[in-house]
Design a protein around this ligand. Structure first.
Ligand SMILES: Nc1nc2c(c(=O)[nH]1)N[C@H]1C(S)=C(S)[C@@H](COP(=O)(O)O)O[C@H]1N2
Ligand SMILES: [Mo]
Length: 235
């Protein structure tokens, strides 16, 4: 098994993130994905509509920028490129050049992705992991999964996609600083592509400096993020 440079395999699949000890966000009974930005008008797409699109399955490892990798995960959902072409693109006015998509979660987490990376063949809106509906640890009811990029791109509890025509100055848009200090700390000096095989961990910090810092803080993040209902140990 080959892992990207600087990564080590862990057992299972830990719950991890800037949410730290916060419980998973409450999800409405009929969840939706809001589409906004450079579309002719904002749209509210019931998550249930995903069932109308072709299913996509994907076997992939999952790499956190802090250095751990969960291996051999099996995802199922809809290819983001399919969702984009079928649902979003028809509402984008002609002459509009989309440069980025921004993915928001019910917990007000955000990730920013170039349009080329977002439409890559291995990017999914996933609803199932290893044959089960996503649990709250791993992003219920649906999450982005972009296995070729560091894990922080893969927004859990997905509820918003913003269509952007320029790289925004603030990658985290409407996320309030207070509720999302962790996100801002993590994203400080973020890399604009975050590709794992190129080891694009940080915008300016070199990896030899970034990795030891991540190693130092990872155990506390993992401890705080761990939840009693985690499926991590079952695998
Ligand atoms: N909504 C939301 N998505 C998120 C996060 C988060 O805190 N909230 N953390 C990110 C980070 S840093 C990682 S490594 C992965 C972890 O996914 P997991 O908890 O399923 O292992 O989710 C990413 N997506
Ligand atoms: Mo991460």
């Amino acid at each position: 098994m080959t892992l990207p440079p600087g990564q080590h395999a862990v057992k299972g699949f830990p719950r991890f993130g800037t949410h730290l000890a916060k419980p998973a966000p409450a999800i409405p009974r009929d969840p939706v994905i809001e589409i906004s930005g450079a579309v002719s008008k904002p749209m509210t797409i019931p998550l249930a509509d995903l069932a109308k699109l072709p299913r996509r399955e994907l076997d992939a490892d999952f790499h956190c920028v802090a250095g751990w990798s969960a291996t051999g995960l099996h995802w199922e959902g809809v290819a983001l490129a399919t969702f984009y072409r079928e649902v979003i693109e028809p509402s984008i006015p002609a002459q509009t050049t989309v440069t980025h998509l921004r993915f928001g979660g019910w917990d007000d987490y955000w990730s920013l992705v170039t349009i080329a990376d977002a439409l890559a063949e291995d990017v999914l809106i996933a609803e199932h992991l290893d044959g089960h509906p996503l649990d709250s640890d791993h992003g219920a009811p649906a999450r982005l999964v972009s296995p070729s990029q560091y894990g922080y791109i893969s927004t859990k509890h997905l509820n918003r996609i913003e269509v952007l025509t320029a790289e925004p100055e603030d990658a985290y848009g409407s996320a309030s600083t207070l509720s999302n200090l962790g996100l801002r700390l993590l994203g400080f000096n973020r890399h604009s592509r975050s590709r794992v095989w190129e080891e694009e961990r940080q915008g300016a910090l070199p990896n030899w400096l970034a990795l030891p810092i991540y190693r130092l803080i990872t155990p506390s993040i993992a401890f705080l993020s761990a939840r009693s209902d985690s499926r991590g140990e079952e695998k």
